[in-house]
Design a protein around this ligand. Structure first.
Ligand code: TXA
Ligand code: MG
Length: 346
């Protein structure tokens, strides 16, 4: 542990695991003194620091080994707090009122008070109100914005539990606030609001395109033109969306829905199966390890289980993972986006 410890206690080398209201107060104290804390949100765990403290922000980039060109999301307690860090358009207001707190990040022109380090030198800032009781309690207790990327080392799967954060970042974080397993399980949808009043999806995520389109209508665009659903996530992408971002340690091969395939073939003894729903029996038999994201094929359940299932398969020492595509609707788009990126090892 290299961070500030408000109690002045000697570094133990293991992050403090914090719980409940006392944990919230302790986390706020660590953050106020420039420390970095793993925090729960409904999407994935974040690695939080005081968004106005350049030194603490630098520590977050360092702990994650994150390239400095990739901006962080600023988390706030409510819309009023968001308006202090970003300039809202009318559509941004509508989206925030409808979907916050929730898995939606709005990219808006930033207020001059936001350090350039947070936004990687950009004139825009990504801001969101997380829908998690402890995260909101912490934001209120801390009393200011918290910058937080997902709490994984750069290029690895985002954590959906406190244990994942401890396992991956260990003594690089000062503490982890344990808020249970993330209910959404996949990162927020990132939407950029453009000066002409339109909006563009930069990263598919926990809020579906369809829900956003219901509010934004024809103002949801790609390259300035209203888009059809199937093209909605092919626009300009977030700077951090490197293709191999979620890659497990062995090759992951993405395949169409299993029921549409003739046979499981012979995947060999050391293959794993990441199935979207309960697979046909002939498939299940072929694999050393099988993870089913949702037995009934429920997209929300599948998204919530995705990263933990990928971790378990990754830990099983497999030679390859066969992953079944989800249907390309709703949260299925975000699931397929993460699987596609996990499958491309460049
Ligand atoms: O659900 C989430 O969004 C989680 C939780 C912790 O809030 N956070 C998260 O942060 O996934 P991170 O840093 O792993 O991903 C943030 C994404 C990156 O792709 C980044 O490039 C994009 O948001 N982003 C942030 N600020 C941006 C900006 N000003 N312009 C364009 N993209 C931005
Ligand atoms: Mg991330």
């Amino acid at each position: 542990m290299t961070g500030a410890s408000p109690s002045g206690s000697p570094s133990s080398g293991v992050p403090e695991l914090l719980r409940g209201q006392a944990g919230v107060e302790r986390a706020a104290a660590i953050l106020r003194s420039g420390g970095i804390v793993g925090i729960p949100t409904e999407t994935v765990y974040g690695l939080a620091c005081d968004a106005m403290n350049a030194e603490a922000i630098a520590r977050v980039f360092e702990a994650k080994q994150r390239p400095s060109f990739d901006p962080l999301i600023v988390h706030v307690a409510d819309l009023a707090a968001a308006e202090k860090v970003a300039r809202f358009t009318p559509l941004a207001h509508k989206l925030a009122e409808r979907f916050w707190p929730g898995p939606l990040t709005l990219v808006l022109p930033k207020d001059s008070s936001v350090p350039d380090l947070v936004t990687a030198g950009r004139s825009s800032v990504g801001v969101r109100v997380p829908n998690h009781e402890l995260a909101l309690a912490l934001l209120r207790e801390f009393g200011g914005p918290l910058a937080a990327p997902s709490a994984n080392p750069f290029g690895y799967i985002s954590p959906t539990s406190a244990a994942h954060v401890v396992a991956q970042l260990g003594d690089d974080v000062d503490a982890v606030l344990d808020g249970g397993v993330a209910s959404v399980g996949i990162e927020s949808t990132v939407v950029r609001l453009r000066e002409d009043g339109t909006a563009e999806i930069l990263r598919p995520g926990g809020l579906s395109f369809e829900e956003i389109a219901e509010v934004a209508g024809a103002e949801l665009v790609t390259h300035g033109t209203p888009v059809h659903v199937e093209h909605a996530v092919k626009g300009e992408l977030s700077p951090g969306r490197l293709r191999n971002h979620y890659a497990p340690g062995c090759p992951l091969i993405l395949v169409p829905p299993l029921e549409s395939l003739p046979d499981s073939g012979d995947e060999g003894e050391d293959a794993g199966l990441l199935a979207f729903k309960t697979p046909p029996h002939s498939w299940e038999q072929e694999f050393r390890a099988v993870e089913v994201l949702s037995p009934t094929g429920d997209l929300r359940e599948a998204a919530a289980n995705l990263f933990a299932a990928m971790r378990r398969l990754d830990a099983a020492g497999l030679r390859q993972i066969i992953a079944e595509r989800a249907p390309d609707v709703g949260l299925g788009r975000a699931i397929n986006d993460r699987l596609e990126r996990a499958s491309s090892r460049s």
